[in-house]
Design a protein around this ligand. Structure first.
Ligand code: NCD
Ligand code: ZN
Length: 336
């Protein structure tokens, strides 16, 4: 018997990669999540109807091989100059969202957007097609810890200029971003990751440097983390879960790649964060309801069990050092 049963969660931001590695990452996600927004920063990027269809097939096959009932929600990569027709074609191919990567902000984003004005037509098309704009809100020209705050005015202008566009600000890392989201209209929501809720920059570099905690946006300090926990646990429908699980094999990590492999531990971390906040009763809304409602999807019908059954995170999973490797986590998650 699980100590807590919740509706099967969704992960509205996950990197499943491509090729051979994908099967294991998909299996980790499908083990705990009924749906997942698959990020499009593969090579070449998911920016056409054809590439979206192929990627959906590959992911769906990996889900079936893993033996879980789960489905991807598709997201295309917004490229400058891609044009309105390409946006409508992605919508027709089943995309629910399009991802805005500032050029150079993160992994595989050199083809991203340097000038926000350059995608104005595409944003109009997204609005007309009812697509969600998913935003990596960081300005890579700013100092590493200030990039999110520096990008908020860009989001502000998109909110003002595209008055029907639904926007998700991804993986919030600062109190400033939480405050901004609350001030924007209700068509703007935000995801928060398990690592930004559970850890701070000191987990990455306070003692020894641990690259498995290095991600974009970089983990911030205790005050920012507290603001994120407050936002996630306050019961507001504006905030929901996106793991931003972003596995990088050891060679890529050694070369400095940003991304935490959090899928295997995310639900355990979230249960501990919500318990510490005295708000386990609000975990289900955060992971299983708020995001589904924002994306206009029905709630999942399955159940996830969470048990107070401690486990130590292994030093390696699926060829990657997972987030929280070596830590003793208090909660175990499993589908019921
Ligand atoms: C992500 C990746 O590796 O694809 N990395 C990360 O640090 N979060 C990309 C992203 O979401 O920024
Ligand atoms: Zn991401």
């Amino acid at each position: 018997m699980a100590d807590l049963e919740i509706r099967l969660p969704d992960d509205f931001h996950v990197h499943l990669r491509q090729g051979q590695a994908m099967a294991a990452y998909v299996a980790r996600t499908a083990a705990h999540f009924g749906r997942f927004l698959a990020m499009p920063n593969v090579v070449p990027p998911l920016s056409t109807a054809g590439s979206l269809a192929d990627y959906r097939l590959a992911v769906t096959a990996a889900v079936a091989a893993a033996g879980f009932d789960a489905e991807p929600v598709m997201c295309f990569k917004l490229l400058p100059g891609m044009g309105r027709d390409a946006v409508f074609a992605c919508a027709a191919a089943g995309a629910k969202a399009g991802k805005y990567y500032p050029a150079g902000a993160t992994t595989n984003s050199s083809d991203g957007i340097a000038d926000p004005g350059s995608v104005s037509d595409e944003l109009d098309a997204m609005e007309a097609a009812g697509l969600v704009l998913s935003v990596h809100a960081e300005d890579p020209r700013s100092p590493a810890l200030e990039r999110e705050a520096a990008f908020l005015p860009v989001v502000d202008r998109m909110v003002a200029h595209h008055r029907g566009l639904r926007i998700v600000v991804e993986h919030l890392s600062t109190a400033a971003a939480v405050d901004a989201v609350k001030l924007w209209p209700e068509r703007v929501s935000a995801t928060i990751s398990a690592h930004h809720l559970a850890f701070t920059i000191d987990d990455m570099m306070g003692d020894r440097l641990d690259p498995s905690y290095f991600c974009r946006p970089v983990l911030k300090g205790a005050r920012d983390r507290e603001a994120l926990v407050q936002a996630a646990t306050a019961g507001s429908p504006r905030f929901f879960f996106g793991s931003d699980s972003a596995p990088h094999p050891p060679a890529a990590k050694a070369a400095g790649s940003a991304g935490c492999y959090s899928s295997p531990v995310a639900m355990s971390l979230l249960a501990a964060v919500f318990e510490a906040a005295g708000r386990l009763d609000r975990l289900e809304a955060f992971v299983s309801e708020n995001g589904a409602r924002f994306y206009g999807l029905p709630y999942n019908t399955g159940k996830l069990g969470l048990s107070r059954s401690p486990w130590t995170v292994p030093s390696e999973l699926d060829g990657v050092t997972p987030l929280a490797a070596g830590r003793l986590l208090a909660w175990t998650a499993a589908r019921l």
